[in-house]
Structures are given as C-alpha cells and as structure tokens.
Design a protein around this ligand. Structure first.
Ligand code: ZN
Length: 134
C-alpha cells in the first residue's frame, strides 16, 4: 500500500489557485514537501503536494491528500490527532476506520526515526489550516 502510493502518488502537482501554501522539511531524512490547499467555506475543497523524499513521507502525503479532500477542518483535526496516536504506537488507533488507508502506517510506529517522515505532510497541513484561519 505504501509503495503503491510512493510509485503512483495521488494529488501530486500544483494548484492553479491556492488559498494556502506551505513548505516543510524534515532535515533528519531530507524529506521536502510543498502543500497547497484551497478552501470552500470551512472545508478543504482541493489540495496538491509536491516535493521529494523517502517512500514513507511521499506515500503519507499522497494518502493524506486523498483522505482530507472535501472534509471540514474539524474532521481533519480529528483524523490528524488519531494518526498521531497511531504513530505514537496507540494500538486502538489501528482499528479506527476513520484513518482509512493511513492504517498501513501502523508499522512505522516501531521506527521512531521514520515517524517524522510520516507526520511531515500532516505538519504542513496543520500550518496551512492555521494560515487560513489567521
Ligand atoms: Zn523520510
């Protein structure tokens, strides 16, 4: 699942009209991501990412864009919190259907160095949402 998203990333590219644009790096691994988000009311109506890095960072970004598209900032906040729990090794999060394909990352929790890779896109999204509300 992770390799599939790495090889064929979803929502990769540039948005014509973005309301928020965030660049974020994970110096530990060398991952880079630029996330562009456009909003409609309180929901994310579209988003794209670009950048490069390890398979985990890229696949995480790809799955994240699929999962949060069309969702409200509140729903996204809840998913982000649960994904963080998953990365902290909280096994209850593994059974949370809201996480969808993100559950494929549960094994990453055993590798603390890779957790930052998996969370990079989510940190970028958090900044984009904050940019939007500020
Ligand atoms: Zn990485």
């Amino acid at each position: 699942m992770i390799l599939d998203h790495y090889r064929r990333p979803r929502n990769k590219g540039i948005l014509d009209k973005a309301d928020a644009s965030v660049e974020m790096k994970n110096p530990l691994c060398g991952d880079e991501i630029t996330l562009q988000v456009s909003f409609e009311g309180d929901s994310v109506c579209d988003l794209r990412f670009s950048g490069r890095g390890c398979s985990i960072s890229q696949a995480s970004a790809s799955m994240m864009t699929q999962l949060v598209k069309g969702k409200s900032t509140e729903e996204i906040g809840a998913i982000r919190k649960q994904f963080r729990e998953l990365m902290l090794g909280n096994t209850a999060a593994v059974d949370d259907a809201h996480l969808g394909s993100l559950r494929a990352f549960s094994g990453v929790a055993r590798f603390p160095a890779r957790v930052k890779c998996a969370l990079l896109a989510w940190s970028a999204l958090e900044s984009a949402l904050a940019e939007r509300t500020s």
